[in-house]
Design a protein around this ligand. Structure first.
Ligand code: PSU
Ligand code: MN
Length: 331
């Protein structure tokens, strides 16, 4: 049996440690930070945040600075930030500054999507939740609004590889509203929108434009099926979805602020290079997104990272505004 387990898990970081550090204690379903517990008691609006972007999406120390700034922006808007992670096997909603510092420097945190949550928890490991992982935690914690940079999607050539992010299925089965800047053009944006439609996810552009944004650039060339003009409309949409008990999610796609938008040609070239490199190196599965992000940042001399930081902060502002408006509708 021991040999079998070792063989099964040999190839993955989760697996090796799963075998060697299996824990028998009973963790709680969720541990909340003091700040989030208090907000829950007071009935204040809360905004969930993911942590893969911290461990696998940006380099240290920019990841930490951004995470702290994002939280601060949410507080200034009158809501409470709840960054989600698994810490030594414990699902944690709301991280202290020390916990954020720890996670931002961790080299061992496992990128944790739905399929990874139980193994990471069982092994007592640290896990950084993806959009899918964070949505699951937000549902358990009864937090209806979640802010991130970009969601996963259907990868280019996904029709052959079947590489479709679990984020999309999770959005289809959760009633969370996710604020993001659309889908990166490292992915197949058209097919991603098709898949979201199949999953019953309500996708909206945010603001004046009907264009679905492409993360680094405000326009993807694809039309978003719906649009909301402001935070109040987004909150009303969420309220209607809950009233109808849809149990499927909403994507609010906020374009990157104009002054940080990247040149479409520059970003496309960097992505092509990164995709070729990934192919040559045989990068696959969950490693692809972090690899491409880092390669694109390198190829653009860091300007993609600047855009990434700017858009997530802007999304935090929008998400907090939506959370405040939503609270008003529920009171
Ligand atoms: N896009 C980004 N930064 C990120 C991610 C996506 O710009 O950090 C992360 C998110 O956590 C997202 C995950 O949920 O990658 C998707 O990974 P995959 O394609 O392996 O599902
Ligand atoms: Mn994938």
């Amino acid at each position: 049996m021991a040999y079998l387990l070792k063989t099964i898990y040999r190839s993955s970081r989760v697996g090796t440690l799963y075998y060697s550090r299996y824990r028998s204690t009973n963790p709680q379903r969720i541990v909340y930070s003091e700040e989030v517990s208090q907000a829950k008691l007071d009935g204040k609006p809360i905004v969930a945040l993911e942590s893969t972007i911290i461990t696998h999406g940006m380099p240290y120390p920019k990841n930490l600075q951004t995470a702290l700034q994002v939280e601060q922006i949410i507080r200034e808007k009158g809501a409470t930030p709840a960054t989600v992670a698994i810490l030594k096997g414990q699902l944690t909603v709301g991280l202290t500054k020390e916990q954020l510092e720890y996670l931002a420097q961790s080299k061992n945190a496992v990128k944790a999507s739905r399929r990874d949550l139980a193994p990471v928890a069982a092994a007592g490991l640290d896990g950084a939740t993806t959009v899918a992982g964070t949505i699951i935690a937000a549902e358990l914690a009864d937090i209806p609004i979640f802010v991130t940079g970009g969601i996963g999607g259907v990868h280019r050539e996904g029709e052959k590889t079947l590489d479709v992010s679990a984020d999309l299925n999770e959005l289809g089965r959760s009633k969370t509203l996710v604020v993001c800047s659309g889908v990166k053009s490292i992915l197949d944006i058209g097919r991603t929108l098709e898949y979201l439609e199949t999953q019953g996810v309500c996708v909206c552009s945010y603001g004046d434009s009907n264009d679905f944004p492409a993360f680094y650039t405000p326009r993807s060339g694809y039309r978003a099926p719906n649009r909301v003009a402001d935070a109040r409309q987004a909150a009303q949409l969420l309220f209607s979805a809950h009233t109808l008990q849809l149990q499927s999610g909403i994507v609010i796609a906020v374009p990157v602020p104009k002054e940080y938008a990247m040149d479409e040609k520059v970003i496309e070239e960097a992505i092509q290079l990164a995709l070729e490199e990934a192919k040559k190196k045989g990068i696959q599965g969950k490693e692809i997104t972090p690899f491409i992000l880092a390669a694109v940042a390198k190829a653009t001399g860091g300007s993609s990272l600047e855009a990434n930081m700017a858009l997530i902060k802007n999304n935090a502002k929008v998400g907090a505004e939506i959370a405040v408006e939503f609270k008003k509708l529920n009171n």
